[in-house]
Design a protein around this ligand. Structure first.
Ligand SMILES: [Zn+2]
Length: 238
């Protein structure tokens, strides 16, 4: 079985579908790291439920590491700061970085893989996140893969990031082809009832669907119009 990190967002849900679509059986790990948008955990559960209904072989584990949150909490996702509006490329978006988050989650996933006798750990890092999330970059994937190999040398585990050279729009293009249930995914960093449509991840999501000429299926027609207007508003600032 493949081990993967499933956040309940668009990218990791596409990764889950891709693996299942290719016939893999998957252990999906979803982390509660004290994030403001805990709602994504509920969405991860919905996604897995749907995958099981489709006949895919998925086992889901919710991993509660929220007790480490006070040690690393800072910025907008786990600390007290407000979630900034605008694109990721904007300097102010750096406060949405949770320090070393992916390394922490991947480290646990690798331990889990060794325990289960599995050989591969997947995560959905992609090119559109390079600008501000250093632990989504190719160099990080390569270096961590080497470190994981050395750390697990008697029962080696490999790190796989199949989207690392793809943009978010390309990830969505793939997902649309293989029937990813995007209506069940959650991206917004605010933990509101509905997506705010203004934060970095909302704007990036809107852009990914716009570039594929489809409406985001988790939004109503009215929300989609607002999302596109918000996108254009921030786009004009560059
Ligand atoms: Zn948002």
């Amino acid at each position: 079985m493949a081990v993967m990190i499933l956040s309940g967002g668009l990218d990791s849900t596409t990764l889950l579908w891709k693996l299942c679509y290719e016939g893999e059986k998957v252990y999906a790990l979803t982390f509660n790291y004290g994030q403001r948008h805990k709602k994504e955990i509920e969405h991860a559960k919905k996604v897995v439920k749907k995958a099981l209904e489709e006949g895919f072989k998925v086992k889901h584990e919710i991993v509660d590491i929220s007790s480490i949150s006070p040690l690393i909490s800072s910025g907008a996702l786990t600390g007290d700061s407000e979630v900034p509006h605008g694109f990721y490329t904007d300097e102010k978006q750096k406060i949405t970085v949770v320090p070393n988050r992916n390394m922490i989650m991947l480290s646990i996933a690798v331990g889990f893989a060794v325990k289960k006798g599995e050989k591969e750990v997947y995560y959905a890092a992609h090119k559109s996140d390079y600008a501000i999330y250093p632990d989504c970059r190719k160099e990080f994937v390569k270096a961590l893969d080497s470190a994981i190999y050395l750390a697990t040398i008697f029962t080696p585990v490999e790190l796989r990031a199949p989207f690392v050279d793809m943009t978010k729009a390309e990830v969505v293009a793939l997902g649309l082809k293989i029937g990813v249930p995007y209506e069940l995914t959650w991206s917004c960093y605010e933990g509101g009832d509905r997506p705010c449509l203004k934060c970095g991840t909302c704007l990036e999501r809107t852009e990914a669907f716009m570039l594929n000429n489809v409406k985001d299926p988790m939004l109503t027609d009215e929300e989609w119009k607002i999302a596109v207007d918000e996108y254009k508003k921030y786009e004009r600032q560059f």
